[in-house]
Ligand binder design. Structure first.
Ligand code: BTN
Length: 274
């Protein structure tokens, strides 16, 4: 693991100033940016602290999956968000919304959808994923914050994607047919993250206060449902079985209509389109 003094041609201090973040660490290689940010958060750092690495040797996806993170092909980034005072299932969704909006800002002509609960997709292929993890420390295991790990495939890796994800993965450049700036993408993600936690309905509390309500504010819920690629799709949910996905609920759950007409909110587990 090598700490970098510069990232994307500018000193790290310039990014700290430009992004108005309390801390930014850049590396050429790390096990996982989320692990590093958790360490920093336990020592105490401000919200919106950022860790980015050119590559990750143990990049992590949801449910213990490996996140393929080779050099020069993606944005592997973790951002510290305020700790919720209660469990909020919708957190990965709003990080996903911020990422989808950011992706569209830097790659014009792209329509970025959200595949519940944590995938950002373009034309049915996954371009980015989000993994939110709480950071607990202290004797009472008080929650210090939430590490939002965001992985965006910016360009196709030199050797292509590993066989198990090849069919389903895409990159921003491949989808847009144009060069995409990773620094512009990181900047847009931070801007959109601030927007969703600050102005899009969480009121004036802003980052730093208890910004999360029990349910998603309507503008965010509407924005998510607008991008929800599972809407009215026949799906199979790991825990609830088959049915038709009817939308995202204010709690962050996916509303599943079973074949007998009953409806249930799916809160966890994987969902696949049938
Ligand atoms: C998923 O789709 O399963 C979530 C993928 C999250 C990957 C990112 S890359 C930056 C951060 N560091 C990690 O180890 N994982 C997240």
């Amino acid at each position: 693991m090598g700490r970098l003094t510069h990232w994307e041609g500018e000193p790290v201090s310039v990014w700290i100033e430009r992004w108005r973040v309390p801390l930014f660490e850049a590396y050429d290689d790390l096990a996982s940016t989320s692990d590093r940010l958790k360490e920093i958060a336990r020592e105490g750092t401000g919200q919106l602290s950022v860790v980015i690495s050119e590559s990750q040797s143990a990049g992590r996806g949801r449910r213990g999956a490996t996140w393929h993170s080779p050099a020069e092909s993606g944005l592997w980034m973790s951002v510290l968000l305020p700790a919720p005072s209660r469990s909020v299932a919708y957190l990965p969704l709003i990080v996903g919304l911020a990422t989808a909006r950011a992706v569209e800002r830097v790659a014009p002509g792209i329509d970025a959808g959200i595949e519940w609960p944590n995938d950002i997709v373009i034309a049915g292929k996954k371009v980015a994923g989000v993994l939110c993890e709480a950071v607990a420390s202290g004797p009472a295991d008080s929650v210090e914050g939430v590490v939002a790990g965001i992985g965006v495939n910016v360009r196709t890796p030199p050797g292509g994607y590993p066989p198990d994800i090849r069919e389903r993965a895409t990159s921003l450049e491949e989808s847009a047919g144009a060069w995409v700036s990773r620094s512009a993408l990181a900047t847009a993600i931070l801007m959109e993250l601030t927007r969703v936690t600050d102005t899009d309905g969480f009121g004036s509390a802003g980052v730093g206060a208890d910004v999360y309500g029990l349910s998603l504010p309507k503008p965010l819920l509407d924005a998510l449902n607008h991008r929800n690629v599972l809407s009215n799709q026949r799906v199979h949910c790991e825990q609830e079985g088959p049915g038709v996905a009817r939308g995202i609920l204010a709690s962050g759950a996916l509303l599943l209509e079973r074949d007998d007409g009953s409806r249930v909110g799916v809160v966890a587990g994987s969902v696949r389109v049938e």
